[in-house]
Write a protein that binds this ligand. Structure first.
Ligand code: PGA
Length: 254
């Protein structure tokens, strides 16, 4: 099964209106002819429209960092799926570790967001991953399984075509610590086995599973050679167009 690698740039709460547009233009210029890897960027909400216009005509896809599950109404501060589509997004991150562990999102909320986003025609990157304590307690696979089962409750095998999984060990995000390629591969293989049980083996084989957590130009190639690693979700290094593009290059099948 040949899966097309996908690399996402999660800009988090960084950039300004001007630097977001400049970064988008630089990413588009560096990856405009890249067709072996799908590339998406995830700017802050206020800059989506600006970035959408900077990316126009390029194959770089646009996503948001979060979404709310209700279609509209009295939900102060929240953003709906149709608003994202209206701004030119076709991707959204759901369940990022900072949403789970800093903001306090639970599995049930993550699941509602996944269902709303896919139902509205958005593609989803569903993020999962264990904390340092959970890994040290030998609970990593169990935590990832729970987050997958809960996050994908009610999702059909057909809808899995619109979903990418990002395995992001919490202890590796923004810390400079990266899972070894072997540890990451083991987690990805375990996640794929959970998908096979939840859906069927061919759906599991077709689903892209990205690695995230301090992926940089210097470690990307070794991670990408692993058979179950299908790209990356990049935080810090995605704020530099040259670094991000080097990671995209590393994800291309050789
Ligand atoms: P990082 O972030 O690359 O800065 O570790 C990854 C992520 O949070 O998606």
């Amino acid at each position: 099964m040949q899966r097309i690698p996908i690399v996402g740039g999660n800009w988090k709460m960084n950039t300004t209106r001007a630097t977001a547009a400049a970064l988008a233009r630089a990413v588009a210029a560096a990856n405009g002819t890249q067709d072996a890897v799908q590339v998406a960027v995830f700017p802050p909400f206020p800059y989506l429209i600006e970035v959408a216009s900077a990316l126009r005509g390029s194959p770089i896809m646009l996503g948001a960092q979060d979404v709310y599950f209700e279609p509209d109404g009295a939900f102060t501060g929240e953003i709906s799926t149709s608003m994202l589509r209206d701004c030119g997004c076709n991707w959204v991150l759901v369940g990022h570790s900072e949403r789970r562990h800093v903001i306090g999102e639970c599995d049930d909320l993550v699941n509602r967001k996944v269902l709303a986003a896919v139902g509205a025609g958005l593609n989803v990157i569903l993020c999962i991953g264990e904390t340092k304590g959970q890994r040290e307690a030998g609970e990593a696979d169990a935590v990832n399984e729970r987050q997958l089962r809960a996050g994908l409750r009610g999702v059909s095998a057909a809808q899995m075509k619109s979903i990418v999984i990002a395995y992001e060990p919490v202890w590796a995000i923004g810390t400079g610590l990266t899972a070894t390629p072997e540890d990451a591969q083991a987690a990805h293989k375990a996640a794929r086995a959970v998908l096979a049980g939840l859906f069927d083996p061919s759906t599991a084989q077709a689903t892209r599973i990205q690695y995230g957590g301090s992926m940089k130009p210097g470690n990307a190639a070794n991670l990408m050679t692993m058979p179950d690693i299908d790209g990356g979700l990049i935080g810090g290094a995605s704020l530099n167009a040259a670094d991000f593009s080097a990671i995209v290059q590393a994800a291309a099948p050789h």
